[in-house]
Design a protein around this ligand. Sequence first.
Ligand code: PYC
Length: 313
Amino acid sequence: MRVIDSHTEGEPTRVIVDGGPPLGAGPLAARRQRFADAFDRYRSFTINEPRGYDALVGALLCEPQSPGCVAGVIFFNNVGYLGMCGHGAIGTAVTLAHLGRIGPGTHRFDTPVGVVQVELAAGNEVTIENVASYRHREAVRVDVPGLGTLTGDVAWGGNWFFCVNDAPVALVMANVAELTRQAEAVTAALKAQNITGRDGAPVDHIEFYGTPSRPGIDSRNFVLCPGGAYDRSPCGTGTSAKIACLAAAGKLAPGQPWVQESIVGGIFTARYRRDASGEIIPSITGRAYITGEATLLRHPDDPFGDGLPVAGR
Ligand code: PYC
């Protein structure tokens, strides 16, 4: 399998450019399901130890189905599959540029949750226009053992998020283990209290917000992903969910920039427009850099050839 690695504002992406699972044709959502049902070992082979690590997000390039798209992309991580992935789409755009498959300008990716536009600019900067995003439930109270009652919004930005305005502890790297433990407790409490996204979808990403590190930045965040890793970037789908909540609360106007910082200091600048039906269409700007090109190998006798299981899952 041939892969190209990059990072987007600190968060890694591994794009499979050759040797991925044979998923056939059809809608991207159906192909993602086929990936999960019949070829999941490709996911753990690519992402999990010994070839990868928990923070890595995979992107499988495939033929698009929607007209006008340059590529189809299915995102996955150490434990499963994502709807969309903002940092991953930015990393994929820079990877395709590295391969000479796209140049500066506007392109479209087909994903399992809809078409995403990417605009490749100079200096490794990419702006994605994400799928329509929305606040699903406002000011939901959840009782979290050990933390008390937390209030947050349930929002969609291409994945489901629980957005908590006041982080339980300061958003500094020294607190990552504690923030991870707390966010895991929130995920468990949401599940136990049957707090879901639309149609009962699990809310599997937790976002805590806090004070930014310097003037000119609107907010700092910590985002816990479903496999237990935190997002080193400000999370493209999470930032989309955040600005959908701000828009719904009348706190951010169309076109107004929102500068979101991650716990490691990565920056996304977000804005939104309303489409003809009034839906919120976020755009997210960030930078990605290629970090490696590799051929991943599997020895037929390797007892751990398909990757290790993820601890605690
Ligand atoms: O940037 O949307 C994102 C993302 C989701 C999970 C990790 N990053």
